[in-house]
Design a protein around this ligand. Structure first.
Ligand code: DQA
Length: 142
């Protein structure tokens, strides 16, 4: 299996960023956990983080030539704003799981709407870093 994990804006600040919502693990910790799982399964896994909407869109466009089987994406704040990232992922027709560390439905109303959930295979929110691992395990057993 070949899996791309995309982390959106501000997720590079994990560890110190609002730990009451996002926990104490750093992004490097989460990526290391994912790489350890993939290594054990001999799966191909790439992790990518960007604070830029354009860079995320361009990364998704590369999937039309570099096929991956699945994307795991935490679009972070772009979840609630980005028709453009939604359109990019629809254009390349790669299945994806949407992950959020926090339970967005228990937070401000502007976090309740996602531009991704209706076209995602699954949505995981509120499990912290475990959400990424759950998404990975689901994909791996497909
Ligand atoms: C988030 C939730 C979003 O509302 C927020 O903008 C984030 C992180 C999460 O993982 O819980 O940056 O996607």
């Amino acid at each position: 299996k070949s899996i791309l994990v995309i982390h959106g804006p501000n997720l590079n600040m994990l560890g110190t960023r609002e730990p009451q919502h996002y926990g104490n693990q750093t992004l490097a910790d989460i990526d290391q956990g994912l790489h350890a799982l993939a290594h054990a399964d001999q799966a191909r896994l790439e992790t990518f983080q960007s604070n830029s909407e354009a860079d995320i869109i361009e990364k998704i466009h590369t999937l039309s030539v570099n096929r991956v089987d699945y994307v795991i994406i935490n679009p972070a704040a772009f979840t609630h704003t980005s028709v453009a990232i939604r359109d990019a992922i629809s254009a390349v027709k790669v299945p994806f799981i949407e992950v959020h560390l926090s339970n967005v439905h228990a937070r401000e109303p502007f976090r309740h709407h996602s531009y991704f959930s209706d076209i995602a295979t699954a949505v995981i929110c509120g499990l912290g870093a475990e959400g990424y691992y759950a998404a990975y395990r689901h994909i791996q057993q497909l």
